[in-house]
Design a protein around this ligand. Structure first.
Ligand SMILES: [Zn+2]
Length: 198
């Protein structure tokens, strides 16, 4: 009887958390495969490789909307001028701009992105992934989303999970981390130039 109650109440909380997560726009890219007491898979790596581990915080900040881009900074200070990307000075620095379109980051982005897309078409094609579900931004931020989009039988689900965990997610992590490092490097260079001018 008690066991049944526990089951009912944990089910209640899982549903409540999942429904709330849908409402938070900053979490809109995070797949809802969260289970109480478990780490979200993007916060996890199955290796003890320190090069992999160091990349996790950047990815998590991006996925939870706490990575500070110019648009976020501008919102805090109610200043729209601030929202322009300081790397290219062309448009607002939004998450899609930073991850996908900023020209100043092209050299870092293109090779990793190409490799990521190739892997996806090779690895995920085997699971009958339909093209209309494919959203590159969503894929980069949280590739585990595809687990919730597809209604595979359990066994195939586990296979997809392993492919994403071992092959796809490390590439997404690498992309986010390398873009972050290059952005940081360019911004610092910019600061140094300004200081020299003064
Ligand atoms: Zn830019």
């Amino acid at each position: 009887m008690e066991k049944g109650n526990n089951f009912q109440s944990s089910k209640f909380w899982i549903e409540k958390i999942l429904n709330q997560a849908k409402l938070y726009t900053s979490l809109r890219y995070l797949s809802l495969i969260y289970k109480p007491g478990q780490c979200h898979p993007i916060a996890n790596t199955n290796t003890m490789n320190s090069r992999e581990i160091i990349r996790i915080p950047t990815k998590l900040k991006i996925a939870t909307g706490s990575y500070i881009l110019q648009t976020v900074r501008a919102k805090f200070k109610s200043n729209t001028e601030l929202s322009i990307c300081k790397l290219c000075n062309e448009t607002e620095e939004t998450l899609p701009h930073f991850l996908l379109t900023c020209k100043s980051l092209e050299d870092i982005r293109n090779p990793i992105l190409e490799d990521l897309i190739n892997s996806c078409s090779e690895e995920l094609a085997a699971f009958n992934m339909k093209g209309e579900h494919f959203d590159i931004l969503q894929l980069i931020i949280d590739p585990f989303t595809y687990m919730t989009m597809l209604s595979f039988p359990q066994l195939r689900n586990e296979k997809v999970f392993k492919v994403i965990q071992n092959i796809i997610d490390p590439k997404c992590r690498r992309l986010c981390y390398n873009l972050h490092c290059e952005r940081y490097r360019l911004l610092q260079l910019d600061d140094i130039k300004k200081k020299k001018r003064k």
